[in-house]
Design a protein around this ligand. Structure first.
Ligand SMILES: [Ca+2]
Length: 372
């Protein structure tokens, strides 16, 4: 989506009709309750407060004012422009509900795996690889990240771009920045990054759609990642990972290279033994803290080609047929830089393998890559 150039200079204000309640006046849930309570308590005078309450949005809070001032002083924004954006932002209860229950924390591995390893997701991933073959090959050559790993990330994040979120990014980030105290610092920073990113790319900040946490596009980049890692991979002058799969493919690959993906190195392997749940060899940190030799000494048998001093971390997972033990390596850790969860990284790894296998099969069937 390439927005018209004047978006960031015209300072377009509140769109009429965006707020549905009270005949065009807007009230957040808390403000509404407060009005109702006052009316219930017979304070007729409260009715006179309606017009001013109606305008009381994030831009009128002290936090909102501090945010506006920061954007002006640090980044040279026009105060009126930031103010009108905060006035336009809507508090969404559904966003506050959603942030409290991420799937990684409530599902067992075999349940999580089932979501991402469905036949349909594998088949559509192969189609995605074929459809954008040129971009994948170029990304692999330029960044050293296998095509199927890039495709698996996009497959896990958004089902190859089919589900990129349904919230306005402005609403998501403002709601979490100003109404979610546990992470308000982080989301205020992301809101600032969002305004910077949309200014840089020429997008309208009122228009972009993303996840409940403000993640955008095929690879679900948050605003700071967008600014750091998104690339204009089709060279049309804008890094658009929201609507342009070629830019998204290059951007995911760039993210992995920036987080030190090692081309040709292994990701993870399953070993036959299973360590007890309380084994000291099951380290807590996602970053591999032990070595292949430590696990060899404990009687596990990693691939013979693995160097003794290669960093490794054993992960015990609740598989459908009982506990599984995996040795994970540096590149597995790199996948967790995308989403800090070993279930997530394992899903990406296994989906990438499935895509690689399936793509290989269909190439053989179609005679691609054969010598005849
Ligand atoms: Ca582009």
């Amino acid at each position: 989506m390439r927005a018209a150039a004047p978006v960031w200079t015209a300072g377009n204000g509140c769109q009429p009709g965006r707020h549905g309640n009270l005949g065009g006046l807007s009230l957040s849930g808390i403000q509404m309750k407060s009005v109702i309570n006052r009316v219930r308590h017979g304070l007729a005078a409260a009715l006179f407060l309606l017009p001013s309450l109606a305008m009381a949005q994030y831009h009128e809070t002290s936090e909102g004012q501090a945010f506006i001032q920061d954007m002006v002083e640090q980044f040279g924004f026009e105060a009126s422009r930031v103010e009108s954006l905060l006035a336009e932002a809507e508090r969404k209860e559904s966003i506050l509900d959603a942030i409290s229950r991420p799937a990684e924390k409530t599902l067992e591995w075999h349940q999580y795996r089932e979501i991402f390893m469905r036949q349909e997701r594998i088949e559509q991933g192969v189609e995605f690889l074929q459809q954008y073959r040129e971009a994948f090959e170029r990304a692999e050559a330029e960044y050293g990240v296998p095509a199927e790993v890039i495709a698996a990330i996009i497959g896990v994040e958004t089902w190859y771009g089919r589900y990129k979120g349904k919230h306005r990014v402005l609403d998501a980030l403002a709601t979490l920045a100003f109404d979610y105290p546990p992470r308000s610092r982080f989301f205020r920073s992301e809101l600032a990054q969002y305004l910077l990113m949309t200014r840089e790319q020429g997008f309208d900040p009122e228009e972009l759609i993303g996840s409940y946490a403000g993640a955008m596009g095929y690879g679900q980049f948050i605003s700071s990642s967008y600014r750091h890692y998104a690339v204009d991979f089709d060279d049309d002058g804008v890094a658009d990972i929201l609507n342009n799969p070629v830019d998204a493919i290059g951007s995911v690959a760039n993210y992995f290279r920036a987080h030190h993906w090692q081309p040709g190195e292994p990701v993870a392997e399953q070993v036959r033994n299973v360590l007890p749940e309380d084994s000291p060899l099951l380290t807590r940190e996602l970053k591999p803290g032990l070595t292949v030799n430590d696990y060899r000494q404990a009687g596990l048998a990693p691939d013979e080609g693995m160097d003794d001093d290669a960093k490794a971390r054993a992960v015990r997972l609740a598989g459908a047929g009982g506990p599984e033990l995996w040795l994970t390596y540096h590149n597995f850790y790199v996948i967790t830089r995308y989403n800090h969860s070993h279930l997530y990284a394992m899903a990406v790894f296994q989906l990438a393998n499935a895509l690689g296998e399936k793509a290989g099969q269909s190439e053989q069937q179609n005679g691609v890559g054969s010598n005849t």
